[in-house]
Design a protein around this ligand. Structure first.
Ligand code: AMP
Length: 129
């Protein structure tokens, strides 16, 4: 899929619409999700134009990949959600494509925390015989 420069996160990166910023450096921007799914719900996005994690891991530079990954622990520690910063831990989610229900076509990691988060994915009830 070609990158859509008019997606909402591209507009946030260009400063055209506001965000509740948590952290920013040369490689990433992190801000709070507008519809939080947990008491703490942060998003981390790369500054480069990547549709999803598949695009990013195939095409981003080593500097971008390292910068993006290092931002995860920075944000988790800043929010106090990592166990090493006294929190209860967090879940990191990256939706890629339609089956994963990706809504915004600019790579983003969700950091969810602040309560027990339950099973990793929805499962149909199963019968074991
Ligand atoms: P996904 O389904 O993984 O693409 O998630 C997109 C996320 O972006 C959702 O959790 C939305 O609540 C969030 N979102 C959409 N618009 C904004 C915005 N303007 N500021 C912050 N988060 C947003």
């Amino acid at each position: 899929m070609a990158y859509d420069k008019e997606n909402i996160f591209a507009k946030i990166l260009r400063g055209e619409i506001p965000c509740d910023k948590i952290y920013e450096d040369d490689y990433v921007l992190s801000f709070r999700d507008i519809r939080p799914q947990a008491p703490s719900h942060a998003l981390i996005i790369p500054k480069g134009e990547y549709v999803d994690i598949n695009d990013f891991s195939a095409n981003a530079s080593d500097h971008e990949i390292v910068g993006f990954n290092k931002a995860i622990s920075k944000v988790a520690d800043m929010l106090g959600i990592s166990e090493s910063s006294g929190g209860g831990g967090y879940r990191l989610i990256a939706n890629a494509g339609k089956d994963a229900h990706q809504e915004v076509p600019h790579l983003h990691f969700h950091l969810l925390a602040g309560r027990p988060l339950g099973p990793m994915v929805f499962r149909e009830k199963q019968e074991y015989k």
